[in-house]
Each structure stands twice: as C-alpha cells, then as structure tokens.
Design a protein around this ligand. Structure first.
Ligand code: NAD
Ligand code: NAD
Lengths: 209, 209
C-alpha cells in the first residue's frame, strides 16, 4: 500500500494534468509540476519514478501518459457510483449538487434521508431522495460503491449499522464521530477542522518568524 | 516548515488525546497511538521525537503534556476567529453551524454573503449575515484571522480580490478554482474529491488483491 500522502499528491497531479490536457499541452517537466503545485522537486521526481513513467531528460513527461497512469493507480478507469446519506441536509445537498465530482469520475447515483418531509422530493438534476430504510436494496440494485455520510452525530452509529448490511465497500464520513474500517468496508473520516489547524500552524510559523 | 502530512497527523493525535483527557486517562504509549489511529508505529515514534516529548520507556507519555505541546505547535493556544463567505449557501451554512470548530479553538465570528435576501438574517446561535461589501471593515474590526470561501466558482476571483484588501492572513477555499497564496495570505484549497480518490485507490487495491 502506498502512503496516504503520496495518494493525495496523485490527486493533485491529476487535477493539474487534466488542466494541461484541456489546454492542449503535450509535455510537462518534473520542475514545472513542483513549481506550479508548490511541491518539493525531489519529492516530485520520486513520485514520477514510483509512477514508472520514463520521461526523457530535457524533454519531459507526456501529459496524457502520466494522467492515464494516475487514473489507473487511483482506480478511476471506471465511473464510481456514490450514494449520499443525509441528502436533504445542508452538507448532503451541497455535496450532491457539487459538479466537481462528475468531472472526476464519481457519479451521485443515490440519495438517502430519514426525514419523511424530504423523502420523495427531488434534488434537481441529481435524483429523488429515498428513505434510509431502502439503503440495502438500492445499494445492491444500483451497484453503489461509496456511501457519503452527512447525518447528525446522533444518527451516525445506527446509520453505520445499516451500511454494514448493505454490502458497500467504502464510506466517506463527515459526521464528527470516528467510524472504524471493517474487513469489508474501508472508511475515511473527514474533518475540515484539520484543514483549519494546518492553516493555524502556518499562521503561527509566520507570526514567530 | 514541517511537511503537511506531519501536521495532519498532529491534528489526528490532538483529537485522540482530547478524547483520552476527557476520559481521565493520564498516560499513552506510542504503540497505543499507532494501533488506535491506524498509523505505522515507527512513524508515531518519529513524530513523538519531533515533538520532543520524552516518554519513559515502559511508562509512556503524559496525555496532557503531549496535547499541550501539539496545541502550541499548531498555534491553537489562542482562539482563531474565522469568517465564512457564502454563509447563506448550503456549504457555508453547514460550516457555520458545525459545532466541531468551537471545540477545537476556532470561533465563527463573521458571516458574509452577497444575496440581498439573506443579508441581515440570522444563523441561530452564530450571528447575523453581513454584506460582502463590508468584508474589509468587519475583518479589521473583529480581528478575523481566517476566511472560509464557499461561493460559486463564478464569484471566487472577485471575492479573492476583496479578501486581499481586507488584511486577513489565511484563506480556506472550497470553490473549485485553485487560489494561490500571496506573500501576505496563506491559502489552503479543499476538495472532497481528493478524499473520494483516496477511497477509490483503496477499492482498487482490494479489488486486485
Ligand atoms: N467534518 C466537518 O468538518 C463538518 C462540517 C460541517 C458539518 N459536519 C457534520 O455533517 C453532518 C451534517 O451536517 P448538516 O449541517 O448538513 O446537518 P443537517 O441537519 O442540515 O442535515 C442532516 C441530515 O441528516 C438527516 N438524517 C438524520 N438522521 C438520519 C438517518 N438516521 N438516516 C438518514 N438521514 C438522516 C436529516 O434528516 C438531515 O436531512 C453533521 O454531523 C455535522 O456535524 C461536519
Ligand atoms: N470542494 C468540494 O469538494 C465542494 C463540495 C461541495 C461544494 N463545493 C463548492 O462550494 C461552493 C458553495 O457550494 P454551495 O452548494 O453551498 O452553493 P450555494 O449556491 O448553496 O451557496 C453559495 C453562496 O454564495 C453566495 N455568493 C455568491 N456570490 C457571492 C459573492 N460575490 N460574495 C459573497 N457571497 C456570494 C450566494 O449568495 C450563496 O449564498 C461552490 O463553489 C461549490 O462548487 C465544493
């Protein structure tokens, strides 16, 4: 398994390479990647070696070849179907409506909530909000691979019990209660506070310099 | 400067140590940290050495001492005031209402939006939504240190121009347009898709095993 930090950099390279490809740029150097992305150039060279892409000295790396290689490593060759739990809530709706997912191979294919006033209503252009009680059936019928949890902390344990029965293999959890991966389900917990703490660290560094 | 991945681990240690302290636990071993947090134990030992905390072999590390040291490194000894731009939107409101920030030293101290129907209305328990035109004045008056950007991509450039004039030192950007740090402002761009790609990688690894 590759360290998380390396995988995160792969996502950053992928976004940049997609941009270059859109602009019709064919070649990129490891230095260009380092400068544009604010990364350490020795780290970038190490990553490119890991990727196995052999660029030619002085010529650079093929943008398309690098991108396709990263798509393969990240398992993005096929569309990954995601389901949003808590879809009628603020965070759930914002995530369901976010157009960035589609551009990067993730398709919101199911919306779940427990609020009877919202079940049956539509998020325009995305789909109909279903009852959380239908989770197991719909995950199997539609082949949902990742469930995104945006429910209040009071509901997260009971929701996770339902998720375990659904057969899904991956969960992205935004509720502030750490869910633990099982043998069958890989869990990633997200907390924006970590991003704020990274900024606070940088503020502290600039204050004490 | 410490690498971003190390800073991210500091946040993870901090959350866990806060939990231990709440439960009245006085000591923790590097092994315990590694197992509970799913980290590599050599990495944890390296981090603890970096923190300079001298645990006694066989006894472990003081939970309070470790936590206080991390709080100092992350610059969290004082409350960091944050402002939310796009506060009337789905993501902006979800972030403003998120109780997790307060527990970790971040206080939502200003709410901004451009939608005249929302300006003057209140987010219960948080505050009044102000006009984006007041950004400069309010950032100075209230000593806002971090601005969180949750506006549509069509508005993000013009909002960043206003931010540059406000004197704020740090920005957390959720809009899908990469903002670049300046000499005075440190920017952190957030994209949940990166989290989904990390999960997709793990799914691919488990599929090919
Ligand atoms: N990780 C972070 O940094 C961060 C930031 C913001 C919000 N959050 C968290 O995200 C979650 C959602 O926040 P929000 O502001 O959107 O809340 P919200 O109240 O607007 O939305 C919650 C939704 O979950 C639904 N729900 C409740 N119980 C359910 C169940 N058992 N099954 C299915 N749906 C259920 C509700 O009906 C509602 O639609 C909260 O846990 C909040 O703490 C985390
Ligand atoms: N990074 C991610 O993974 C991710 C996920 C979800 C949403 N998003 C992004 O977050 C942003 C907000 O999403 P949302 O669903 O909350 O959208 P939304 O339309 O619900 O909210 C946007 C808010 O910004 C306000 N606004 C527009 N122009 C403004 C300006 N010049 N100054 C101040 N306020 C202004 C609007 O009035 C509205 O209240 C979008 O850019 C979206 O793409 C990112």
């Amino acid at each position: 398994q590759t360290p998380q930090a390396t995988i995160k950099r792969m996502s950053i390279y992928l976004r940049y390479l997609n941009g270059l490809d859109n602009d019709g740029i064919k070649l990129v150097s490891s230095n260009d990647l380092a400068i544009k992305l604010g990364l350490n150039s020795a780290q970038v060279r190490k990553d490119l070696t890991y990727l196995g892409e052999l660029g030619r000295r002085g010529v650079g790396y093929s943008v398309k070849k690098l991108r396709d290689h990263i798509v393969k490593i990240l398992g993005l060759k096929t569309i990954r179907k995601i389901g949003i739990i808590g879809a009628a809530g603020r965070l759930g709706t914002a995530l369901a409506m976010y157009s960035g997912f589609e551009k990067r191979n993730f398709k919101v294919s199911a919306l779940f909530d427990s609020n009877s006033a919202s079940i049956g209503s539509e998020l325009p252009g995305i789909g109909i909000i279903e009852s959380i009680e239908e989770l197991e059936n719909i995950v199997r019928e539609r082949g949902i691979e990742i469930l995104v949890v945006c429910v209040p902390v009071s509901s997260v344990k009971s929701v996770f019990e339902k998720i375990k029965k659904s057969g899904v293999k991956a969960v992205l959890n935004f509720a502030p209660f750490k869910l633990i991966s099982t043998d069958d389900i890989c869990v990633q917990n997200v907390d924006f506070t970590t991003e704020l703490e990274a900024l606070s660290y940088k503020l502290r560094v600039s204050e004490t310099e």
